[in-house]
Design a protein around this ligand. Structure first.
Ligand code: MN
Length: 228
């Protein structure tokens, strides 16, 4: 056993609903533009182009119910997303078997420094500076698929201070959950502990300190997050 030169960083642990169990997170994949109405609002053609993904860091996940307003931005946007948590991985997973790999689902937010993402897009640079910053992925407890099944329709609603800002339905996803798992597994070796954020419906917009975000995915749950 080699000697660690410093203490190994802790593995981020996602709470599992209704138990003391926790889900150790390995990677966080996020799909872009997966609802037609959101693709249009961001200035893109909603045709079914191949999906694309970016990653957040596992330690960007935030389970405390607060979202500290990040540095170096003045335009942080909310994106409500259903989150998929994998209990098993693999490569070249067929679409028809993809859901067998799912442990459960959660409600999450893909918080985005839209101003910095916009500059990155313009300059053809990677998105990390806009997407993969500290606390950028508030998330609720994972609900086991053995309890709720595999939601493929249901309201997705984000309220800010009691006013509905985003509203969509899981059945509006361009790439469905089994397709996302299958596609990712062609390019990456998926594994237990991987998380997939499944994209956001239209209505994204800025938040400010003091805002209370209520994110609801029908059949999965609801989280409340305060911007601090
Ligand atoms: Mn997103």
């Amino acid at each position: 056993m080699p000697t660690l030169v410093f203490a190994a960083p802790a593995t981020p642990l996602a709470p599992v609903a209704g138990s003391d169990a926790v889900f150790p997170v390995r990677r966080v994949y996020c799909i872009g533009r997966n609802y037609a109405a959101h693709a249009i609002e961001m200035g893109h053609d909603p045709d079914r182009e191949p999906p694309f993904f970016f990653q957040k860091n596992p330690d960007n996940l935030e389970f405390s119910g607060t979202f500290p307003y990040p540095s170096r931005t003045s335009d942080v946007h909310h994106e409500i997303e259903m989150v998929v948590a994998l209990a098993e991985g693999g490569v070249d997973i067929p679409v028809a078997r993809a859901l067998e790999h799912v442990f459960g689902y959660a409600v999450g937010l893909d918080m985005t420094r839209r101003d910095l993402q916009g500059i990155a897009k313009e300059m053809g640079r990677p998105w990390e500076i806009g997407k993969a910053f500290e606390h950028s992925a508030p998330m609720g407890p994972i609900v086991r698929a053995t309890e709720i099944g595999h939601p493929d329709e249901g309201q997705v609603v984000l309220e800010v201070n009691g006013v509905v800002r985003q509203e969509g339905n899981l059945n509006q996803m361009i790439w469905k959950v089994p397709e996302m798992i299958a596609y990712l597994s062609e390019y990456f070796a998926l594994a237990a502990g991987d998380i997939i954020m499944t994209g956001t419906p239209s209505g994204v917009g800025p938040v400010v300190r003091g805002d209370m975000l209520k994110a609801h995915v029908e059949g999965v749950g609801e989280i409340t997050v305060e911007v601090v």
